[in-house]
Design a protein around this ligand. Structure first.
Ligand code: WQD
Length: 341
């Protein structure tokens, strides 16, 4: 079904994009990588060639540059797009909102314009559970209300979801799946690709692995006075390889549906919440390392607890997370260790 289908993967050298390239190849798609290396490294493309056993088409291109991106469409004539390319640091988005509005919204607009010009209809878009804000009820389902965005980054995801809806309402024959990711973690089990945070990591898992590797002296847990079992925040941590597979399932599902315009939203999480302390303790079990930590104040903008209802994605896409938190932490640690070597 997927044989020969050429899929442009924007942000294909990034954390989720690179793992998705591998899963696309495994499923018989032909990924075309587009990345400007603004938050990724060229060696990842080499590693992808190695993991996929072929030289993948690659273009260094900023997706907001319509003229440059148009040439890629002309040359490759894709049948679909997975649009990952975006800035994703919540704190940075507060300091530099225009960078986020320009890149995240601008690149989607360019993608949609080029899709229209070239008659390309199939799109998988990276959204985020951030659109739910602090939910009134957990788990959250796709019909849970979107909340006031907690940051410019979060607002770009809300706006992009709306843009896609408006474009379909205007008559463009889009067939689009929006995937609302929960907390993507882990790395490829081969240890060849993984997350490459620049500077001091904002996210929990890279902070833990860098502390375990001796690059940071101690983890700060952002608050332990929440109304949860141990006082620390709860998140739904999803292994990046499972998440990558959800994109393949989304593309296959789009093809199995009618030719009618389509816009469907799916949560992509495990359906299970873990506290920060549970993550630290699971890391100790898989690595034998007792990561030193102190408890600091709450981090502004953090929601207390959120995890996904996965009923819809299981039923329609036939996708379910297969890997555990322990698997993800083992793979993240394996990746971190080879980075240091
Ligand atoms: C997880 C938990 C922290 C670091 C962010 C984005 C979201 C998303 C995924 C993006 C929280 C705690 C963290 C530390 C800590 N999507 N923590 N000490 O904030 O849930 O989600 O990344 O692309 O949109 O907001 O993830 O990993 O930063 O935090 O205690 O040094 O770990 O308070 O409870 P978050 P995170």
């Amino acid at each position: 079904m997927s044989t020969g289908k050429k899929i442009i993967v924007t942000g294909g050298a990034g954390f989720i994009g690179s793992h998705t390239v591998v899963e696309l190849c495994k499923a018989g798609f032909h990924p075309v990588i587009v990345d400007d290396f603004s938050n990724s490294e060229p060696f990842i493309v080499e590693r992808l060639n190695e993991l996929c056993g072929t030289t993948l088409p690659f273009y260094e291109c900023d997706c907001t540059d319509k003229n440059a991106f148009r040439k890629i469409f002309e040359k490759e004539r894709p049948s679909g797009i997975i649009h990952f390319a975006a800035c994703k640091a919540v704190g940075e988005s507060v300091a530099q909102p225009l960078k986020y509005y320009h890149n995240n919204i601008g690149s989607l607009v360019v993608v949609l314009e080029l899709m229209k010009d070239f008659g390309v209809n199939d799109l998988v878009f990276s959204s985020s559970c951030t659109v739910y804000g602090q939910p009134e009820q957990v788990p959250v389902s796709e019909s849970s209300p979107s909340k006031q965005a907690m940051s410019p980054y979060g607002y770009t995801k809300v706006v992009c979801e709306q843009i896609i809806e408006d474009v379909i309402a205007s008559g463009q024959a889009l067939r689009c799946v929006l995937l609302r990711y929960f907390n993507p973690i882990g790395a490829h089990p081969s240890g060849r690709i993984g997350e490459l945070p620049r500077g001091v990591p904002n996210n929990l898992i890279p902070y833990i692995t860098q502390t375990a590797a001796g690059q940071r002296s101690s983890l700060t847990i952002h608050g332990n006075d929440y109304s949860t079992v141990d006082g620390t925040c709860i998140r739904d941590y999803i292994h990046v390889v499972d998440l990558a597979d959800a994109h393949v399932k989304a593309l296959e599902w789009i093809h199995s549906e009618t030719d009618e315009p389509l816009r469907e939203v799916f949560n992509v999480g495990t359906g299970k919440g873990e506290t920060v302390l549970e993550v630290v303790n699971t890391f100790k079990k898989i690595s034998g390392i007792d990561v030193p930590y102190t408890v600091g104040p709450r981090r502004s903008g953090d929601v207390e607890q959120i995890w996904a209802s996965t009923e819809k994605v299981e039923q329609l896409l036939g996708w379910k997370a297969r890997l555990s938190l322990a698997d993800a932490l083992r793979d993240a640690w394996n990746w971190q260790k080879q980075l240091k070597a």
